[in-house]
Ligand binder design. Structure first.
Ligand SMILES: CC(C)(COP(=O)(O)OP(=O)(O)OC[C@H]1O[C@@H](n2cnc3c(N)ncnc32)[C@H](O)[C@@H]1OP(=O)(O)O)[C@@H](O)C(=O)NCCC(=O)NCCS
Length: 165
């Protein structure tokens, strides 16, 4: 746990954070919303690589991530959501740095993720992270829109950030 200010706390998730993570993701209106069960499992079994930011008991940020089971030197960052009223305060950036600093991320050399081409905030966030870590950013083809059922999903470009110091 780290107390970021008098009020803001960033910490590992617990199962009981799942419903609040679900709500934060739902409220973004842009992220793919998974089931509440999925967030409960993420917050429980993947707590070592997920983080929640809370203030006075209210969740204001959530990041989900996991180490690639095929190559644990890769951290895949899945979803990042910050309460709309609290954006631009560095909460997303600090949550990710919090995860990377943990003993559970020792040995992580590469960050991978996907970002929709129109998501400028997310692109800015991860480019800032790469600059701070002194890493290169490679962008390639990720999951194409055609892979998703229906026609309501954009492409997801693939980002690789590394090598981490
Ligand atoms: C993307 C998101 C998580 C960023 O959260 P945040 O807490 O506001 O981000 P931070 O304050 O930590 O910003 C870190 C950096 O990201 C970049 N950034 C953040 N918001 C930005 C925006 N709207 N436009 C461009 N760059 C932006 C900036 O470089 C910023 O650093 P700076 O303030 O020093 O310039 C937030 O906008 C969000 O929840 N969006 C909806 C969900 C989403 O798109 N999630 C990401 C995809 S998984």
């Amino acid at each position: 746990m780290s107390r970021e200010s008098d009020q803001l706390i960033i910490r590992k998730t617990e199962a009981r954070d799942g419903p609040r993570a679900w709500q934060l993701v739902k409220d973004t209106g842009v992220l793919d919303l998974n089931s509440a069960y999925a967030y409960i499992v993420l917050c429980d079994y993947f707590s070592d690589t997920c983080a929640i930011a809370e203030e006075a008991g209210k969740a204001v940020g959530f990041v989900s991530a996991f180490r690639d089971p095929r190559d644990p030197s890769v951290l895949f960052i899945w979803q990042v959501a910050v309460d709309a009223a609290r954006r631009g305060e560095g909460i997303a950036y600090r949550m990710i740095r919090h995860v990377l600093r943990r003993a559970s991320c020792r040995g992580v050399r590469t960050i991978e993720l996907t970002i929709a081409p129109t998501n400028r905030a997310s692109q800015g966030l991860f480019r800032k992270l790469a600059r701070a870590l002194g890493c290169d950013v490679q962008v390639g083809r990720g999951y194409e829109a055609a892979m998703f059922p229906g026609d309501a999903h954009e492409d997801e470009d693939f980002y690789r950030i590394g090598p981490l110091p």
